[in-house]
Design a protein around this ligand. Structure first.
Ligand SMILES: Cc1ncc(COP(=O)(O)O)c(C=O)c1O
Length: 413
């Protein structure tokens, strides 16, 4: 690990306090022009005693705005201290988690996985428009039927057709014959360029696409493409449970990756992560953003710097080995659940490196699904699957209670 280190709370406090001191101090510095200030002191009392030991809450009160992207070009100088902590997060995730070469990645903390996926599609669409003189209808999104609906949003917002690739029902793997057929159909419809969104864990199943399937199929048809990995769910699990994989930056075809710290990392909402190889962000540079110092090249404008600090704190508190232990605990519980389901003959799908279990809805009475808060694949009509996501709060005791509904788990009954 080059950047990811475990730090004590005292060490974290020192770094965060130093970063906040480097930011603009609205009380003591002259800063007459920016439409920003610390949080309203009548409501958020900055003298509250508990703030002394809570650097994240102090960051919220100081309210840094991390508008823009801080891994390239200039940035707003008012918040330079905490922007550095965001850069450290991007280095840890890009280099240590996703195996990029140092200094080869740009990135920022986005509102969530949706924004990060749309940011990727926006970049590649513009790149095809600018570099290839493409027309909108000549650029298509390509993703599996299990892909998150943020791709449907990207299709709608960016005026790009979306081709959905069926998956095999049992394995959730891409249907390769259909993939080849769909690419040929798209070409026949006038599509010349593709933006692929491959899943590092789908929302419902935790299934993982093999990006090489897309690469092989698109190269066979001799069409240019960019490949984005949606790791909004799996990005904080899969690279830890299976570090040698082809959904990271060691794969030369992978141009960008989405992560979501507000899922498995249990960060506050508003902590999606967008990571991309250098040279890509400039395709979404908004020239009109002249009053912002530096380049506004992110989909969101103003965004909270405290969110970046929260991610930095979580990563620093665990360190790489503590985090590995945390993920292994969740995978152990998942494995335990699947073994019990198998013994009970309850049909389910699980990717061996992930902590989602999708159970055939035909095996689960809806009253049981409701009682245990299982999530269905659809709220419109009868579901086909229910999922259990083994998070920190999903302990074996709760899983055991669930299994007892099926007469299961003789070990502790
Ligand atoms: C695979 C995947 N991609 C994208 C998203 C969207 O993430 P967000 O809700 O943070 O925008 C989700 C959310 O569940 C997801 O599971």
């Amino acid at each position: 690990m080059k950047y990811w280190k475990k730090l004590s709370h005292a060490e974290q406090d020192l770094s965060i306090s130093a970063a906040l001191r480097q930011n603009v101090d609205f009380k003591h510095n002259l800063s007459l022009g920016i439409p920003a200030s610390k949080l309203d002191s009548l409501v958020f009392h900055e003298g509250a005693p508990f703030l002394k030991d809570a650097p994240l809450l102090r960051s919220y009160v100081q309210n840094p705005n991390h508008i823009g992207c801080h891994t390239l070009g200039d940035s707003e100088t008012f918040f330079s201290g905490t922007q550095q902590l965001e850069r450290e997060v991007i280095d840890i995730l890009g280099v240590d988690l996703l195996k990029a070469a140092p200094d080869s990645i740009d990135g920022y903390i986005a509102a969530g996985g949706t924004e990060a996926n749309i940011q990727a599609c926006w970049i590649y669409r513009n790149r095809f428009l600018q570099e290839n003189n493409a027309q909108h209808h000549e650029i298509a999104l390509l993703a599996s039927e299990d892909t998150h609906y943020s791709v449907a949003k990207a299709s709608n917002l960016l005026h790009l057709p979306w081709y959905s690739v069926p998956v095999e029902d049992d394995t959730r793997k891409l249907d390769l014959d259909q993939l080849a057929l769909i690419i040929r159909q798209a070409k026949a419809n006038g599509v010349k360029y593709f933006i692929v969104i491959a899943n590092m864990a789908t929302t419902m199943f935790g299934s993982v696409d093999d990006p090489d399937d897309y690469v092989t199929a698109l190269q066979a048809e001799n069409v240019p493409f960019y490949l984005h990995i949606d790791g909004a769910f799996g990005g904080f699990v899969y690279p830890v449970s299976l570090p040698e994989n082809n959904l990271n930056f060691t794969n030369p075809y992978v141009s960008s990756i989405t992560l979501d710290a507000h899922k498995m990392l249990q960060a506050p909402y508003g902590t999606g992560v967008f990571l991309t190889r250098k040279g890509m962000m400039r395709y979404v540079y908004t020239e009109q953003a002249q009053y912002v110092n530096g380049m506004d090249i992110t989909l969101s404008g103003s965004r909270s710097g405290a969110n970046a600090i929260a991610v930095w704190m979580i990563l620093s508190t665990y360190g790489p080995y503590g985090y590995l232990e945390k993920i292994n605990k969740l995978l152990y519980r998942t494995k335990w659940l699947c073994k019990e389901l198998e013994q009970l003959g309850i049909p389910h799908y699980r990717h061996p490196n992930l902590n989602i279990v999708a159970i055939r809805a035909s095996a689960v009475p809806s009253s049981v699904a409701e009682k245990y808060g299982l999530v269905p694949d659809t709220h419109q009509g009868a579901p086909n699957w229910y999922k259990i996501v083994v998070m920190e709060h999903v302990e074996i005791e709760s899983l055991q209670e669930f299994l007892l509904e099926f007469g299961g788990n003789s070990f502790l009954k």
